[in-house]
Design a protein around this ligand. Structure first.
Ligand code: G3I
Length: 317
C-alpha cells in the first residue's frame, strides 16, 4: 500500500475528497488521482438542496447520481453532504415565507426523498450543517427561526427512518478547538443522545490556516468520541497566503499530518476528508482574498509536500 487509500484501508479508515462535478466529467487527470488515492467521496455541491431541487417539486439528480455511480464503480464510499443548512437553499425555499407546519413538511419530504433515493449507498450523512454561532448558541437560520431548536432532533429522526444504516452527523467549522462553539455543540450532542435521538457522529470541517492548528484539537475530538460518537474530519484544507513559500509548504505538510493524526489517534475516528484534491479547484481563493494553495495537489496534479504529510498521518511509522 503506497497510496493514501491503501494506508487508510489497512487501518479501516476513510480517506475522502470533496468532488466537483465539472472536472469529474471532463478531466482524466482529476479522476485518475481521485480513484487511485481516495476510498471515499463527498459531493462538493451536487447534493445540496439548491442543486437537487432548483424549483419546487422539480428534481435534478444528474450530478449527484453521477458521483454515486462513480463511487460504486471505483469501490469508494460516499459521504452525503448536506440536508439541513442555512446556505445553498433554493430561492423558492429561502424566500418562500412558509409557516412552521409547511416548513416541517417540506423538510421531511426533502429528507425522505434524498435519503430514499440513495438508501444503502451513502455510509454517512451530514444531516445538519453549520447550526451554531461562534458563541455556542444556535444560529438564527431559516430552520431555527421558524421551527425552534427541535428541527435538529426531527431531522435526525426522519433521516434515520429513511436510511437506517447511514451514520448521521452534525457537521460544523471552527469546532476543532475546545472553545465556546464546540462547547455548545457538545452540550447539544449530550442532550440528543440522552433523549435517544439517532445522532451517530460529529463532522469537524477543519478549514485551517497554515501553522494555526488548534493545540486542543485532539483532546476536543476525544471528548466527543467519549460520548460514544464517531468523529470525522470532513472538509480539511490548509490555506496559505500567496505566493506560498517553501517553508509554508513544509509547515502545511506538518499540518496535514497533525490534523490526520489528531483524528485517527482518537477512538471512533471514521476518517478524514479533504475539501478538494487540487489547488486548481478550491473554494479558498474565491473566499479568502490573497490565500490559496490549500490542497495536497498543485494545479498540474503534482503531489505537494502536503500529500506526504497526509500520507504519513495515515500510515503510522
Ligand atoms: O452553480 C452556479 C453556477 O450556475 C453559476 O453560474 C456560478 C456563478 O457564481 O455559481 C455556481 O454556484 C457556485 C457553486 O459553488 C457551484 O460551483 C456558487 O456561486 C458558489 O458560491 C458555490 O461555492 C461553494 C460553497 O460551499 C457555497 O457555500 C463551494 O464550491 C463549496 O466548496 C463550499 O463548500 C462549503 C461546504 O459545503 C460547507 N462548509 C464550508 C465549505 C466551504 O465554503
Amino acid at each position: 500500500a503506497t497510496t493514501l487509500r491503501g494506508y487508510a484501508d489497512a487501518r479501516g479508515a476513510r480517506i475522502g475528497a470533496a468532488v466537483a462535478d465539472g472536472p469529474l466529467r471532463t478531466e482524466p487527470a482529476y479522476t485518475t488521482v481521485l480513484n487511485r488515492e481516495f476510498n471515499s467521496v463527498t459531493a462538493e455541491n451536487a447534493m445540496k438542496w439548491d442543486a437537487l431541487e432548483p424549483s419546487r417539486n422539480s428534481y435534478n439528480w444528474a450530478a449527484a447520481d453521477r458521483l454515486v455511480n462513480h463511487a460504486a464503480a471505483n469501490n469508494q464510499g460516499v459521504r452525503g453532504h448536506t440536508l439541513v443548512w442555512h446556505n445553498q437553499n433554493p430561492s423558492w425555499l429561502a424566500n418562500g415565507n412558509f409557516s412552521a407546519s409547511e416548513l416541517n413538511t417540506i423538510l421531511k419530504k426533502h429528507i425522505d426523498t434524498t435519503l430514499g433515493r440513495y438508501r444503502g449507498k451513502i455510509y454517512a450523512w451530514d444531516v445538519v450543517n453549520e447550526a451554531f454561532n461562534e458563541d455556542g448558541s444556535l444560529r438564527n437560520s431559516l430552520w431555527q427561526s421558524k421551527l425552534g431548536s427541535g428541527y435538529i432532533a426531527n431531522a435526525l429522526r426522519w433521516a434515520h427512518a429513511a436510511d437506517p444504516n447511514a451514520k448521521l452527523y452534525i457537521n460544523d467549522y471552527n469546532i476543532e478547538a475546545d472553545n465556546a462553539k464546540s462547547d455548545g455543540l457538545y452540550n447539544l450532542a449530550r442532550q440528543l443522545l440522552a433523549q435517544g435521538v439517532p445522532l451517530h457522529g460529529i463532522g469537524f470541517q477543519a478549514h485551517f490556516v497554515v501553522g494555526q492548528l488548534p493545540s486542543s484539537m485532539k483532546a476536543n475530538l476525544k471528548r466527543f468520541s467519549d460520548l460514544g460518537l464517531e468523529v470525522s474530519i470532513t472538509e480539511l484544507d490548509v490555506r496559505i497566503p500567496l505566493p506560498a513559500s517553501s517553508a509554508e509548504l513544509a509547515q502545511q505538510s506538518t499540518d496535514y499530518k497533525t490534523a490526520t493524526e489528531n483524528c485517527l489517534g482518537v477512538p471512533r475516528c471514521a476518517g478524514v476528508t479533504v475539501w478538494g484534491l487540487t489547488d486548481k479547484y478550491s473554494w479558498v481563493p474565491g473566499t479568502f482574498n490573497g490565500y490559496g494553495a490549500a490542497l495536497p495537489y498543485n494545479e498540474s496534479y503534482g503531489a505537494k509536500p502536503a500529500y506526504q504529510g497526509l500520507s504519513d498521518g495515515l500510515n503510522p511509522q
